[in-house]
Design a protein around this ligand. Sequence first.
Ligand code: GDP
Length: 366
Amino acid sequence: ETEQHHCEGCGVRIQTEDESRPGYAPSSALKREHIVCKRCYRIRHYNDIAPVDQDPDVYLQKLQEIAHTDSLVVLVVDIFDLAGSWIQGIHRHIGNNPLLLLANKIDLFPKSVKWGRLKDWVRATAKELGVDPIEIALTSAAKGEYFRQTVEAIEHHRKGRDVYIIGVTNVGKSTFVNRLLKEFGEEEEYITTSPYPGTTLDSIYIPLEDGKAIIDTPGIVRKDRMSEWVTPKELQIVMPQSGIKPKVFQLNEQQTLFFGGLVRFDFLEGEKQSFVTYLSNRLYIHRTKLEKADEIQTKHRGSILTPPEDPAQLPKWRKHRIQLNGKEKQDIVIAGLGWIACGQDRAVIDVWAPEGVQVGIRPAII
Ligand code: GDP
């Protein structure tokens, strides 16, 4: 067997020798019309996912190649998790190629949000990171909102060139590419989508009519997001799937919120004030007094306070002391989880999150 096959689900090169390595398929699978690797087969048919170890260098190398091409680069970000969506040093990787920023998952935001303001915020955040997009396209790959406009923007800026689609894992890159395939030609959904890091293992080439191509690159894993540390089953709870319903908590000082058992929020000092959580609707939030919090944590983390089912699988909690200045409204952001919109009052808060998970503050976006 000398012919090379690639998995139609994730693009990885098919091999028949080692079941523990990416791209394994039994030799019988090579006779099928549509060849997928064992991993994609399992994801599709059993919703069962085997994580594959990624070598970050390989992915960065693939990105680096883009700098030597003449192309349009589409960076897909999750607008609900912008902090967790950036690729470090991206301006270096893409060279002089223009970048279109595709801000996905807008369906998660309340319908009342001011899109113009949100777009300004995305642009300002991009600028801070040294990126100056030629356009910001807000869209929902899952629901199709503004999908046409987004495709038109890509076509407009492509100017006869190849299109590279890049992004970190779980921003909805595969969902977007699948919608492209569905709307423009291909009948079946081939690319494997899954709420788990690293589903697409190799670049996938989608030929365009003018001889150019859309190149869907593998998602880059960022371990500083909460979403990277839960099991695939728990990710269904942690990662919002449909419109977020913000929850308002009127808290007195010395009160605590637990977000499942993933993050603990201690309101230490300040006037009574409201905190609004923008988190997956499915995540259980437990409210208690600070003086009781340690005991509850010891007794119930992993049972009532879940996910995680097994706290030992997470890095140890690290404390982030946050001082709200009382001047402007601010959000406390936990990458890969969501954010807490705070009021305009002064407050001192401790956020406990697994070591390595990014916690920060920003001016309020809603
Ligand atoms: P990839 O790793 O970037 O290729 O991400 P996927 O396309 O596999 O999607 C990751 C998760 O995000 C899946 O659970 C999708 O259902 C979900 N998702 C993708 N696009 C959207 C969207 O526009 N809105 C919402 N709410 N969820 C989305």
